[in-house]
Ligand binder design. Structure first.
Ligand SMILES: Nc1ncnc2c1ncn2[C@@H]1O[C@H](COP(=O)(O)OP(=O)(O)O)[C@@H](O)[C@H]1O
Ligand SMILES: [Mg+2]
Length: 217
Protein backbone atom coordinates (compact mmCIF):
# COMPACT_ATOMS: atom_id res chain seq x y z
CA UNK A 1 0.00 0.00 0.00
CA UNK A 2 1.23 3.47 -0.93
CA UNK A 3 0.61 6.25 1.59
CA UNK A 4 1.37 9.82 0.53
CA UNK A 5 2.12 12.46 3.17
CA UNK A 6 1.59 15.77 1.45
CA UNK A 7 0.97 19.47 1.99
CA UNK A 8 2.44 22.41 0.09
CA UNK A 9 3.50 24.07 3.32
CA UNK A 10 6.89 23.33 4.86
CA UNK A 11 7.26 22.60 8.55
CA UNK A 12 3.79 21.08 9.07
CA UNK A 13 5.10 17.62 9.97
CA UNK A 14 5.17 15.66 6.72
CA UNK A 15 8.56 14.16 7.53
CA UNK A 16 7.67 13.63 11.20
CA UNK A 17 4.49 11.77 10.26
CA UNK A 18 6.24 9.72 7.55
CA UNK A 19 9.09 8.66 9.85
CA UNK A 20 6.94 7.84 12.87
CA UNK A 21 4.41 5.90 10.83
CA UNK A 22 7.26 3.94 9.23
CA UNK A 23 8.81 3.14 12.62
CA UNK A 24 5.49 1.98 14.11
CA UNK A 25 4.64 -0.19 11.10
CA UNK A 26 8.13 -1.70 11.18
CA UNK A 27 7.66 -2.58 14.86
CA UNK A 28 4.41 -4.39 14.04
CA UNK A 29 6.44 -6.49 11.60
CA UNK A 30 5.57 -4.88 8.29
CA UNK A 31 8.13 -4.37 5.56
CA UNK A 32 8.31 -0.58 5.15
CA UNK A 33 9.96 1.83 2.75
CA UNK A 34 10.00 5.64 2.85
CA UNK A 35 10.45 7.54 -0.41
CA UNK A 36 11.93 10.95 0.34
CA UNK A 37 10.77 13.35 -2.39
CA UNK A 38 11.96 16.57 -0.72
CA UNK A 39 15.14 18.13 -2.07
CA UNK A 40 16.33 18.61 1.52
CA UNK A 41 16.45 14.81 1.88
CA UNK A 42 15.81 15.00 5.64
CA UNK A 43 14.64 11.40 5.80
CA UNK A 44 17.77 10.20 4.04
CA UNK A 45 19.90 11.98 6.67
CA UNK A 46 17.66 10.57 9.42
CA UNK A 47 17.93 6.96 8.23
CA UNK A 48 21.71 7.23 8.09
CA UNK A 49 21.64 7.69 11.89
CA UNK A 50 19.32 4.73 12.54
CA UNK A 51 20.86 2.03 14.72
CA UNK A 52 21.19 -1.39 13.13
CA UNK A 53 19.52 -3.15 16.05
CA UNK A 54 16.22 -1.30 15.47
CA UNK A 55 13.54 -2.69 13.12
CA UNK A 56 14.71 -2.09 9.59
CA UNK A 57 13.26 0.61 7.35
CA UNK A 58 14.32 1.17 3.76
CA UNK A 59 14.64 4.82 2.68
CA UNK A 60 14.99 5.88 -0.94
CA UNK A 61 15.67 9.43 -2.14
CA UNK A 62 13.72 10.32 -5.26
CA UNK A 63 13.37 13.91 -6.46
CA UNK A 64 12.72 13.29 -10.17
CA UNK A 65 8.93 13.46 -10.46
CA UNK A 66 8.88 11.62 -13.78
CA UNK A 67 10.51 8.59 -12.20
CA UNK A 68 8.18 8.52 -9.18
CA UNK A 69 5.26 6.45 -10.35
CA UNK A 70 7.20 3.45 -11.73
CA UNK A 71 9.74 3.49 -8.89
CA UNK A 72 6.99 3.57 -6.28
CA UNK A 73 5.07 0.75 -7.96
CA UNK A 74 8.20 -1.41 -7.90
CA UNK A 75 8.80 -0.59 -4.21
CA UNK A 76 5.15 -1.36 -3.51
CA UNK A 77 5.63 -4.87 -4.89
CA UNK A 78 8.63 -5.45 -2.61
CA UNK A 79 7.20 -3.87 0.58
CA UNK A 80 3.99 -3.93 2.62
CA UNK A 81 3.93 -0.14 2.91
CA UNK A 82 5.55 2.59 0.84
CA UNK A 83 5.35 5.97 2.56
CA UNK A 84 5.89 9.03 0.40
CA UNK A 85 7.48 11.87 2.38
CA UNK A 86 6.21 14.86 0.38
CA UNK A 87 7.82 18.02 -0.87
CA UNK A 88 6.56 21.54 -0.09
CA UNK A 89 7.54 22.90 -3.48
CA UNK A 90 4.71 23.72 -5.85
CA UNK A 91 5.96 21.29 -8.44
CA UNK A 92 4.88 18.41 -10.61
CA UNK A 93 6.02 16.13 -7.79
CA UNK A 94 3.02 16.98 -5.61
CA UNK A 95 0.58 16.04 -8.38
CA UNK A 96 2.47 12.78 -8.92
CA UNK A 97 2.38 11.98 -5.20
CA UNK A 98 -1.38 12.62 -5.09
CA UNK A 99 -1.89 10.32 -8.10
CA UNK A 100 0.44 7.59 -6.83
CA UNK A 101 -1.11 7.31 -3.35
CA UNK A 102 -3.68 4.74 -2.24
CA UNK A 103 -4.23 6.99 0.78
CA UNK A 104 -3.25 10.63 1.28
CA UNK A 105 -2.55 12.09 4.70
CA UNK A 106 -2.29 15.88 4.92
CA UNK A 107 -0.62 17.06 8.13
CA UNK A 108 -1.75 20.52 9.23
CA UNK A 109 -0.78 22.80 12.06
CA UNK A 110 -3.69 23.98 14.17
CA UNK A 111 -3.58 27.59 13.04
CA UNK A 112 -6.36 29.31 11.16
CA UNK A 113 -3.80 31.02 8.97
CA UNK A 114 -2.22 27.72 7.95
CA UNK A 115 -5.54 26.11 7.22
CA UNK A 116 -6.74 28.94 5.03
CA UNK A 117 -3.55 28.63 3.02
CA UNK A 118 -4.55 25.06 2.07
CA UNK A 119 -6.23 26.47 -1.06
CA UNK A 120 -3.18 25.90 -3.20
CA UNK A 121 -2.94 22.26 -2.20
CA UNK A 122 -6.59 21.67 -2.95
CA UNK A 123 -6.23 23.25 -6.39
CA UNK A 124 -3.60 20.58 -7.06
CA UNK A 125 -5.81 17.93 -5.57
CA UNK A 126 -8.77 18.89 -7.78
CA UNK A 127 -6.53 18.87 -10.87
CA UNK A 128 -5.28 15.41 -9.98
CA UNK A 129 -8.85 14.18 -9.51
CA UNK A 130 -9.46 14.78 -13.22
CA UNK A 131 -7.18 11.76 -13.77
CA UNK A 132 -8.26 9.67 -10.80
CA UNK A 133 -11.54 10.48 -9.13
CA UNK A 134 -11.49 8.45 -5.96
CA UNK A 135 -8.48 9.48 -3.89
CA UNK A 136 -8.91 8.78 -0.15
CA UNK A 137 -7.66 11.82 1.77
CA UNK A 138 -7.55 12.77 5.46
CA UNK A 139 -6.27 15.77 7.38
CA UNK A 140 -4.02 15.02 10.33
CA UNK A 141 -3.57 17.62 13.09
CA UNK A 142 0.03 18.01 14.24
CA UNK A 143 1.61 20.09 17.02
CA UNK A 144 -1.67 20.32 18.89
CA UNK A 145 -1.76 21.98 22.30
CA UNK A 146 -4.68 21.70 24.72
CA UNK A 147 -3.78 25.02 26.27
CA UNK A 148 -4.36 27.05 23.14
CA UNK A 149 -8.01 27.97 22.78
CA UNK A 150 -7.98 28.34 19.02
CA UNK A 151 -6.86 24.73 18.70
CA UNK A 152 -10.22 23.53 19.97
CA UNK A 153 -12.07 24.97 16.97
CA UNK A 154 -9.67 23.63 14.39
CA UNK A 155 -11.79 20.64 13.43
CA UNK A 156 -14.65 22.94 12.40
CA UNK A 157 -12.34 24.93 10.13
CA UNK A 158 -11.06 21.71 8.56
CA UNK A 159 -14.54 20.30 8.08
CA UNK A 160 -15.24 23.14 5.64
CA UNK A 161 -12.93 21.44 3.14
CA UNK A 162 -15.25 18.44 2.99
CA UNK A 163 -12.55 15.82 3.61
CA UNK A 164 -12.05 13.55 6.61
CA UNK A 165 -10.07 14.60 9.67
CA UNK A 166 -8.23 11.83 11.49
CA UNK A 167 -9.32 11.29 15.09
CA UNK A 168 -5.77 10.95 16.40
CA UNK A 169 -3.25 13.80 16.47
CA UNK A 170 0.26 14.57 17.65
CA UNK A 171 0.71 17.09 20.44
CA UNK A 172 3.66 19.45 20.45
CA UNK A 173 6.43 17.48 22.21
CA UNK A 174 10.21 17.67 22.42
CA UNK A 175 10.40 13.94 21.59
CA UNK A 176 9.36 14.62 17.99
CA UNK A 177 12.10 17.17 17.48
CA UNK A 178 14.74 15.03 19.22
CA UNK A 179 14.04 11.92 17.17
CA UNK A 180 13.99 13.85 13.89
CA UNK A 181 17.79 13.77 13.88
CA UNK A 182 18.72 10.46 15.54
CA UNK A 183 17.13 7.94 13.20
CA UNK A 184 14.43 6.93 15.68
CA UNK A 185 10.70 7.29 15.98
CA UNK A 186 9.16 8.54 19.22
CA UNK A 187 8.07 4.94 19.80
CA UNK A 188 11.76 4.31 20.47
CA UNK A 189 12.04 7.38 22.75
CA UNK A 190 11.47 7.57 26.50
CA UNK A 191 8.41 9.86 26.16
CA UNK A 192 5.53 7.42 26.73
CA UNK A 193 2.83 9.94 25.86
CA UNK A 194 4.41 10.53 22.48
CA UNK A 195 4.78 6.77 21.98
CA UNK A 196 1.07 6.32 22.74
CA UNK A 197 0.18 9.03 20.21
CA UNK A 198 2.08 7.44 17.34
CA UNK A 199 0.74 4.00 18.26
CA UNK A 200 -2.85 5.25 18.15
CA UNK A 201 -2.20 7.11 14.92
CA UNK A 202 -0.79 3.94 13.33
CA UNK A 203 -3.83 1.96 14.48
CA UNK A 204 -6.09 4.53 12.86
CA UNK A 205 -4.10 4.38 9.61
CA UNK A 206 -4.35 0.56 9.64
CA UNK A 207 -8.09 0.82 10.27
CA UNK A 208 -8.46 3.08 7.21
CA UNK A 209 -6.24 0.70 5.21
CA UNK A 210 -8.49 -2.18 6.23
CA UNK A 211 -11.63 -0.31 5.12
CA UNK A 212 -9.97 0.45 1.79
CA UNK A 213 -9.15 -3.26 1.41
CA UNK A 214 -5.35 -3.02 1.64
CA UNK A 215 -4.97 -4.82 4.96
CA UNK A 216 -6.69 -8.05 5.99
CA UNK A 217 -8.06 -8.85 9.47
N1 LIG B 1 4.40 17.30 17.13
C1 LIG B 1 5.58 17.94 17.11
N2 LIG B 1 6.12 18.42 18.26
C2 LIG B 1 7.31 19.07 18.26
N3 LIG B 1 8.05 19.30 17.17
C3 LIG B 1 7.56 18.86 15.97
C4 LIG B 1 6.31 18.15 15.89
N4 LIG B 1 6.11 17.85 14.58
C5 LIG B 1 7.15 18.32 13.90
N5 LIG B 1 8.04 18.92 14.72
C6 LIG B 1 9.30 19.60 14.33
O1 LIG B 1 8.96 20.66 13.44
C7 LIG B 1 9.90 20.75 12.38
C8 LIG B 1 9.17 20.58 11.05
O2 LIG B 1 8.62 19.27 10.97
P1 LIG B 1 8.80 18.38 9.65
O3 LIG B 1 8.21 17.04 9.93
O4 LIG B 1 10.22 18.41 9.18
O5 LIG B 1 7.87 19.18 8.62
P2 LIG B 1 7.81 19.10 7.02
O6 LIG B 1 8.35 17.77 6.60
O7 LIG B 1 6.35 19.26 6.70
O8 LIG B 1 8.60 20.26 6.51
C9 LIG B 1 10.93 19.66 12.63
O9 LIG B 1 12.02 20.23 13.28
C10 LIG B 1 10.20 18.67 13.54
O10 LIG B 1 11.09 17.98 14.39
MG1 LIG C 1 9.89 17.29 5.26
Amino acid sequence: MKIGISNLKGGVGKTTVAQNLAVCLAHVGYKVCIVDTDRNQNTISWIAEREETLPKILAVGLTDSKALSSAVDQLDRDNDFVILDGTPSLSEMTTRIILASDLLIVPVLPSGHDIRSMQLFFERFEQAKEFRQDIPIYFFINQFSDSIKLHQSIRELLNDFGVGVMETRFNRRVAYAETSVNGKGVLEHTDEKAAAEVTNFTKEVLEIARKLGFVQN
